[in-house]
Design a protein around this ligand. Structure first.
Ligand SMILES: C[S@@+](CC[C@H](N)C(=O)[O-])C[C@H]1O[C@@H](n2cnc3c(N)ncnc32)[C@H](O)[C@@H]1O
Length: 438
């Protein structure tokens, strides 16, 4: 028989789930329970060390609880913290960064500045990758639910920029006649759509299992702000959204964005930070920490060169290292577009970066993906020992793991969390490290 018990929320986990304790100190994971709240829950699973439960009744509600803005929030799983006020989200993220640096990196009383949040933490994402579903022969767009392979669809998503919502509302009717790969017998898998928030440009990429061929009558002019429509073929069974092969169906295969007084060309496969407004604040912090004037800078994981170019305006020279060919192509085009000549970009795995760059730069900038930096790369950094490191991280846990290694020769001067992903559990952190000369 299902057990009913009383618990108190003590923290929030990686996926936004409440972490709760019983009277006897037993830990139970309870979705949507907030710290400080007490609740009657159904204990659905009971293991030796922890269990899983579901709220039956909230006995006391946190002052930080709020009504979710999105009508499908509890089904969708795309964001995890809409039930927590924005002030509560910022407090929790700042604490998470502090905790990771203290517990996982083993840094005593780390210097963490107040988190930099957004004034309006909605409609911010500049890229959406929506699943295409189908109901009674009509196409719909949305996300897979967090638990099942069902599509939750909506008219608009309140964390995606309104340019993306409007483009999707225009594009979906143009696709009638085509069918969903996931919920029909068709070829349409996803639409990946991106916007230049400061340029009002939209680029949409249709991901299909087969080329559209004759059935393509798509017209960019019917999609608000669209400068291009690209077809991307993904025949695989994997959960990876984009395939390798692309063809431009109309317009151009890239969009332009303006940031930090620079122009950037971004093609559909390249990485670009998801929140334009917060990215500007993030890059300002990188500049403040790097103090690039007259310095030689190595930028690892350089993407389309956005950080490299922002630094190059003041630096003596900058070298960017990035593994994705298309991103390096964009980075070189971006340098040209902005008339910046003191920067070089190499298509390389960072693991090979130090074969190319043997003299230590004055400043090393590293902005790795969520999984953090490989141990052998950290070992190379400890051999090269540049004076200053600016580490940009989108995952406090891997950041802390890497800092525990770099601590051998570096001290943390300051860390600044930046909320680039409101309504989700993610947080970006910029860290300044300085070599300890013994
Ligand atoms: C978080 S993004 C940072 C991009 C860029 N700094 C920016 O602000 O837009 C991480 C980048 O690292 C690249 N990357 C991932 N693994 C890599 C590796 N082993 N070597 C070089 N680049 C890599 C990805 O392609 C991606 O562009």
């Amino acid at each position: 028989m299902m057990k009913e018990i009383e618990v108190i929320g003590v923290d929030i986990g990686q996926e936004g789930e409440g972490i709760a304790k019983t009277d006897s100190g037993y830990t139970v994971f309870v979705p949507y329970l907030l710290p400080g709240e007490s609740a009657y829950i159904a204990l659905l699973e009971q293991g030796a060390h922890f269990g899983k439960g579901e709220i039956l009744e909230l006995k006391t509600e946190s002052k930080l609880r709020q009504k979710a803005l999105c009508p499908v929030y509890y089904e969708c799983g795309g964001c995890q913290l809409q039930h927590l006020s924005y002030q509560g989200q910022l407090q929790w993220k700042e604490k998470k960064v502090k905790d990771s640096l203290t517990r996982l990196a083993g840094i005593n009383a780390p210097q963490v500045s107040p988190i930099i949040g957004m004034e309006t933490p909605w409609y911010y994402r500049n890229r959406g990758q929506f699943v295409i579903g189908e109901e009674n022969g009509t196409l719909r767009w949305g996300f897979f639910t967090s638990k099942t392979h069902k599509v939750v669809s909506f008219k608009e998503c309140p964390i995606h920029h309104r340019y993306l919502n409007e483009a999707m509302q225009d594009l979906i009717p143009q696709l009638s006649g085509l069918h969903s790969f996931f919920e029909g017998d068709g070829t349409l898998r996803h639409v990946s759509v991106r916007c230049g928030v400061n340029t009002e440009e939209v680029l949409a990429t249709l991901v299909t299992t087969e080329p559209l061929g004759q059935s393509n009558t798509l017209d960019c002019s019917k999609i608000k702000r669209a400068v291009g429509l690209v077809e991307n073929i993904n025949k695989t069974k994997s959960s990876k959204i984009l395939g390798e092969k692309e063809k431009t169906l109309c317009g151009r295969p890239y969009l332009e964005e303006k940031l930090m007084g620079l122009r950037y060309l971004i093609s559909s496969q390249s990485f670009f930070q998801n929140n334009t407004e917060q990215t500007e604040k993030l890059y300002q912090k990188v500049l403040q920490y790097a103090k690039p004037k007259g310095k030689r800078i190595l930028d690892l994981y350089s993407g389309i060169g956005s950080i490299s170019l922002a630094l190059a305006k003041e630096a003596l020279d900058v070298v960017g290292i990035e593994i994705v060919k298309a991103a390096v192509r964009d980075a070189k085009a971006n340098a040209k577009l902005n008339g910046i000549e003191n920067v070089r970009f190499h298509t390389l795995d960072v693991a090979d970066a130090f074969k190319q760059e043997k003299t230590p730069p004055d400043v090393l900038v590293m902005d790795p993906p969520r999984k953090g930096i490989e141990k052998r790369v950290l070992a190379d950094v400890l051999k090269l020992t540049p004076q200053t490191i600016v580490y940009v991280s989108c995952n406090p846990d891997t950041l802390a793991r890497d800092l525990r290694i770099l601590k051998e020769k570096y001290e943390l001067i300051e860390a600044t969390p930046i909320d680039v992903f409101p309504q989700t559990t993610h947080v970006e952190t910029v860290v300044l490290l300085s070599r300890v000369d013994k």
